[in-house]
Design a protein around this ligand. Structure first.
Ligand code: PLP
Length: 379
């Protein structure tokens, strides 16, 4: 089955009791047993719920994976993955990382004796140098936030395989429509479903997809033991979201190209970070491992000042100033004073997060209106 068909049908059969074409919201905590231990596969909704199961199967299909698990947030999904590890284990992670992941690793799990290394991964050989006998997990995010750095998943997967280390990939920015890490050799894919998969800025959710049966069993055990599961109602909303993922992503990509090309011509814009430009670092890798370049980009102003960026951001009429991304509506953000405000100026500027850096999540509105909005705000 091809992507668009899976998006609409995978995991979903008409309801056996009524024929309802949409998977019902099974808003129930428990299930009646006909005799002790005799049930229909469902005992308690932390462990299994039919609405969640439909979504888990749907997301697994979209990532070309065997097993899917859904969580109450992207962070809860990541929490589950790190709980595969034990004190003394080491993780090698992308350095330009989602702030919440960095916080989870350094402020929570470092206290439990797990050691994290943060390195640029533009060259997979740099990852290989750090692997030792304690390394249990390599953590890749690509494209990264907010600099849109591209990491070669296949090359890192070869390092992971050679050393018998798990490779986890945060695929939130690309979505399964543009990139499938499992097919490139990753062991685990994680999503903030909140973003493109949900797609409508009305749900916070996370998901894991993997192929290995034993690994899936361990992850499901942690999911059930720790309990960070989503509600059946939220699962229903995301099932509605994934039905249009392919057409939304096509439009995000189309609008992304138009907005990036427009910014390139603007006299007040300095640098643009968007993997679709041939000059973008690792553009060739992006072209190889992604089916499109998506709607995420960042740019800087020639006048590299906080006030200059704030002025532009306050003038937008269609782009809304907000954290998050991947919804149908266009958003803009200012990493230096929002997501990366807690990082000292010298530190953040090392990775490119300068004062005038503006991040865009290009939505699926009319591209002409988005460009007109950018034009008036930059003027
Ligand atoms: C938002 C995000 C997360 C965290 O997901 P939540 O659903 O907000 O918990 C993780 N990784 C990336 C890349 C994200 O953008």
């Amino acid at each position: 089955m091809k992507f668009a068909t899976k998006a609409i049908h995978a995991g979903q059969e008409p309801d056996p009791t009524t024929g309802a074409i949409m998977t019902p919201i099974y808003q129930t905590s428990t299930y009646v047993q006909s005799a002790p231990g005799k049930h229909k596969g469902y005992e308690y909704s932390r462990t299994h719920n039919p609405t969640r199961k439909a979504l888990e199967q749907n997301l697994a299909a979209l990532e070309d994976g065997k097993h899917g698990l859904c969580f109450s947030s992207g962070m809860a999904a990541e929490d589950c993955i790190i709980k595969l590890l034990s004190p003394g284990d080491e993780v090698i992670s992308t350095n330009d990382l989602y702030g919440g992941s960095y916080r989870l690793f350094t402020k929570i799990f470092a206290n439990y004796g797990i050691k994290f290394h943060f390195i640029p991964m533009a060259n997979a050989s740099d990852v290989a140098k750090l692997v030792n006998k304690n390394t249990k997990l390599i953590w890749v995010e690509t494209p990264t936030n907010p600099m849109l750095n591209i990491i070669d998943i296949k090359a890192v997967a070869e390092v992971a395989k050679k050393n018998n280390v798990l490779l986890g990939v945060d695929n939130t920015f690309a979505s399964p429509y543009l990139q499938n890490p499992l097919n490139l050799g990753a062991d685990i894919v994680v999503h903030s479903v909140t973003k493109y998969l949900g797609g409508h800025s009305d749900v916070v959710m996370g998901a894991i997809v993997c192929n290995d049966d034993k690994l899936a069993e361990r992850l499901a055990f942690i999911q059930n033991s720790c309990g960070g599961i989503p509600s059946p109602h939220d699962c229903f909303l995301v099932l509605r979201g994934t039905k249009t993922l392919h057409i939304r992503m096509d439009r995000h990509c189309e609008n992304g190209i138009k907005v990036a090309e427009y910014l390139k011509t603007h006299p007040k814009v300095n640098k643009i970070y968007w993997p679709g430009f041939p000059t973008h670092p690792n553009h060739d890798v992006a072209k190889k491992q992604m089916r499109g370049f998506g709607g995420m980009m960042s740019f800087t102003l020639k006048e590299d000042k906080l006030e200059a960026a704030h002025k532009v951001l306050s003038k937008f009429k269609i782009f809304s100033l907000a954290e998050s991304l991947g919804g149908v509506e266009s958003l803009c953000g200012h990493p230096a004073s929002m997501t990366h405000a807690s990082i000292p100026k010298e530190e953040r500027e090392k990775t490119g997060v300068v004062d005038s850096l503006i991040r865009l999540s290009v939505g699926i509105e009319d591209a002409d209106d988005l460009i007109a909005d950018l034009k008036q705000a930059l003027e």
